[in-house]
Design a protein around this ligand. Structure first.
Ligand code: ATP
Ligand code: MG
Length: 147
């Protein structure tokens, strides 16, 4: 998981530098997922893309990975952006759903990223979710681990 996270961060190097974002990666070296790398990459690309798009300049985003005792790892991507209103949190994983226009005038997107993440993760019997307030957002996903 750590290797994929670092690869994904390299893809976003320019945007990270432009916005002067600090990135923290907190993933154990021996956390290995029982999922093809390309799927893990797609999940992280979408969460990290959003985190970078929405976090305020000169803030921190954190990518963490935690081993759970049910055989799944929990991946969490946290940003320090405007957050997602409570009423919209239940809908962000729907296809084409985007939060009110006023907040995203300058931030493009089709509203498919999170629907793709949910589709991939649920295909492996994992779960996705979001926690958010006006100080930032945490998106999480669980995927099966190797033993
Ligand atoms: P795409 O990922 O297809 O390029 P998108 O980023 O708009 O487009 P999603 O990734 O599915 O689509 O996200 C859906 C909506 O949820 C976004 O348009 C945005 O309104 C909201 N959202 C997603 N991530 C965040 C975040 N980290 N902070 C605030 N709002 C977010
Ligand atoms: Mg997106």
């Amino acid at each position: 998981l750590r290797d994929v996270a670092i690869k994904v961060l390299n893809l976003f190097d320019d945007k990270i530098n432009q916005k002067e974002i600090e990135v923290i990666v907190d993933i154990p070296d021996d956390l290995t997922l029982a999922v093809d790398k390309d799927y893990v990459e797609q999940v992280l690309v979408n969460y990290v893309d959003n985190a970078i798009k929405y976090t305020y300049p000169k803030t921190t985003i954190t990518i963490s990975g935690v081993k759970q005792d049910n055989g799944f790892a929990r991946i969490v991507v946290i940003d320090n952006g405007p957050g997602i209103p409570m009423k919209d949190q239940a809908r962000v994983f729907e296809r084409f759903f985007r939060v009110e226009k006023s907040r995203q005038r300058d931030v493009g997107g089709t509203g498919l990223g999170l629907a793709i993440v949910k589709h991939i993760v649920e295909g492996f019997k994992g779960e996705v979710g979001v926690r958010s307030n006006e100080k930032g957002t945490a998106f999480w996903a669980t995927l099966p681990m190797c033993y």
